[in-house]
Design a protein around this ligand. Structure first.
Ligand code: DAK
Length: 259
């Protein structure tokens, strides 16, 4: 494989697995090959017990400028359906460990949808979040109308989706789309530091807590509360619950086993 074929680059930082997009000339446009490499790399980290949190990032200029327009410009509806690119996005949803997006520059279309599919977003001051598909005669197709609306509310989502309005990083944090904003020089370090903190926590509790929070978007309140309670009770069967509470009472730091 040449570096040209390496559309993502994976590296570890302690217990954090970092995947970087590597299509700088195309502003990290998400073609099928890149998405396959991304999901495969994230799944490998997800299976690795030495990793506790995943981070995906682009470059300072572009997180990702959307799905690859060249790849879909001439496609028919049947081509789109048979390509089934959405299957890779479904695999992203199945990741068990927290997934954090470190976003700078253009975060547009499928790039914005990818960030929205992550559990947390750390943005640089230069990040711009937008769903410009309307300018191409289409609309968001990988969750933009659903996750964006849940994140920022109907009024802002409508403006973004119907009129291509892009949000600045400051707006994105105010509307609840991103967790925090940092200078472009340090946003990735800040994202890695947040990921490292999460990766140092009790793995089973983190896994079930992620599932429960995401469940809030998939179910009604009664079912969500029932699922949360079952997950909470289940954690009392783990060694880490005994350790966490014993450590608190003994006034010492806990040693997690992930068991
Ligand atoms: N696709 C392909 N190439 C792209 C691209 C994209 N989305 N965005 C940029 N590029 C390429 C440009 O064509 C250019 O290539 P060359 O001409 O140099 O060969 C290079 O990147 C640099 O771009 P510019 O020269 O345009 O750079 P500027 O700084 O002038 O402008 C820009 C930057 C981000 C404002 C501009 O490039 C732009 O407007 N890009 C398009 C943004 C966009 O419309 N994004 C939405 C695409 S539609 C789904 C999954 C995903 C999706 C839907 C369904 N399923 C699985 C069902 C998502 C759809 C989309 O994202």
């Amino acid at each position: 494989m040449t570096t040209d074929d390496q559309l993502v680059l994976a590296e570890t930082h302690g217990r954090v697995g970092l995947v970087r997009f590597n299509r700088p000339k195309e502003l990290n446009a998400l073609n099928a090959a890149l998405m396959e490499q991304l999901v495969t790399a994230l799944e490998a980290f997800d299976r690795d017990p030495a990793i506790g949190c995943l981070v995906v990032t682009g470059s300072a200029r572009a997180f990702a400028a959307g799905a690859d327009i060249k790849e879909m410009a001439d496609a028919s509806a049947v081509d789109m359906l048979l390509r089934d690119n959405i299957a890779r996005w479904d695999r992203l949803r199945m990741l068990k460990k927290p997934l954090l997006a470190a976003v700078s520059g253009f975060c547009l279309g499928g790039g914005c949808e990818l960030a929205l599919a992550c559990d947390l977003i750390v943005a640089s001051e230069t990040a711009r979040f937008g769903q410009p598909e309307i300018n191409l005669g289409v609309m968001p197709g990988a969750g933009g109308t659903q996750r964006l609306t849940r994140a920022v509310g109907k009024a802002v989502a409508m403006e973004m989706v119907l009129n291509g309005r892009a949000l600045t990083a400051a707006e994105a944090v105010r509307f609840g789309l991103v967790n925090r904003v940092a200078p472009v020089e340090s946003y990735l370090d800040e994202a890695l530091a947040l990921a490292a903190e999460i990766a140092a926590r009790a793995p089973l509790a983190v896994r079930l807590a992620k599932e429960s929070v995401n469940n809030a978007f998939e179910t009604d309140l009664a079912d969500g509360l029932a699922d949360e309670r079952r997950a909470f009770y289940f954690l009392f069967s783990t060694a880490d619950q005994k350790e966490g509470m014993a450590a608190f009472l003994a006034k010492r730091p806990p040693q997690w086993q992930g068991q």
